[in-house]
Design a protein around this ligand. Structure first.
Ligand SMILES: *Cc1c(COP(=O)(O)O)cnc(C)c1O
Length: 297
């Protein structure tokens, strides 16, 4: 297997043969067990912030969020307090879940009633204590840009180095908020960047991206005819996930299956896939597949 890791790169690029096609995968999932994938890239600025500059990080969102676990790992390593707000949810205490792992890393979970949640989140930035930093859901803000630019630089450099097989002109990575794909497309105008919406449809994704920056021409949003709901189990996603894993790489069960499906159906060139991490959530997602009777393994 081709492996290449320049000194300045945080992750290697591997050849990945799947369905008779050659792909390359940038293994950002291997950067760190918890703080990996695009969450590492998006938290890059905070990772490089001296620990004494911050006392507490506040964030909010879902209890299975990959970002939540990444922030918990970051705060643990920095000695920062991590306060995480969610709506009141009936959390199943699955030992392998992102939620229980984040608690183990010291996350302070605060539940809000559904009625209070919106207003509370909106009021977070008011009367902020000193050395307290708010990270908005999904990390969709300008502070994510620098880390994604570092990723872009690594990709560009890998492709300049002699042994690199990458005469590849197309990259792919899945979108939630679209922050990663957008900043990547802006930083690498010489590449085509494929992505897919995971939450809502193409117009919703474009709206979220446009709130950050003008969406460039080289960003291509692939859409499926079938409408998929975020983080719901679908048999075809599980099947694809299992086939990808058998081919040698485990991807996350929420974002990755859809974009792989689109890439296989709608593209035919060699593509460098940026692994976005998130495999820590697979155990609890697999439980949901089992619960739905979709696992026949
Ligand atoms: C968070 C996440 C995404 C979405 O990233 P955005 O920058 O919000 O588009 C994609 N894949 C995985 C595995 C994630 O955890």
């Amino acid at each position: 297997m081709f492996q290449q890791r320049t000194n300045s790169s945080l992750s290697s690029i591997e050849t990945f043969v799947f369905d008779g096609r050659t792909f390359y995968v940038k293994r950002d999932d291997l950067i760190d067990p918890y703080l990996s994938g695009n969450k590492y890239r998006k938290l890059y600025t905070l990772i490089n912030t001296p620990s004494e500059n911050i006392r507490k990080i506040i964030s909010y969102g879902g209890t299975q969020s990959n970002a939540m676990l990444a922030i918990a790992a970051l705060c643990r390593s920095k000695g920062w307090i991590f306060e995480y707000f969610t709506k009141s949810l009936h959390v199943k205490e699955n030992q392998a879940s992102n939620y229980s792992q984040a608690l183990n890393l010291g996350m302070v979970h605060r539940e809000l009633s559904d009625e209070l949640y919106r207003d509370f989140i909106a009021s977070l930035s008011v009367n902020l204590e000193e050395k307290t930093f708010i990270l908005h859901q999904g990390g969709a803000d300008q502070s994510a840009r620098l880390g994604v630019e570092v990723l872009a630089k690594e990709i560009r450099e890998s492709c300049l180095h002699a042994k690199c097989p990458l005469n590849v002109r197309s990259l792919a990575t899945p979108s939630g908020t679209g922050t990663t794909a957008l900043y990547l497309a802006l930083a690498l105008p010489e590449y085509k960047i494929y992505t897919t919406p995971s939450v809502g449809d193409k117009s919703y994704l474009l709206e979220q991206m446009a709130a950050l920056e003008k969406v460039p021409q080289n960003l291509i949003i692939l859409e499926s005819e079938k409408k998929y709901h975020f983080a719901k189990p679908y048999k075809e996603f599980l099947d694809l996930h299992v086939r990808l894993k058998s081919a040698g790489i485990e991807f996350d069960l929420i974002y990755a299956p859809k974009i792989w499906k689109m890439l296989l159906e709608q593209t035919d060139e060699e593509i460098l896939y940026i692994h976005s991490g998130g495999t820590t959530g697979n155990a609890s997602m697999m439980e949901r597949y089992k619960y739905k009777g979709l696992v026949s393994l």
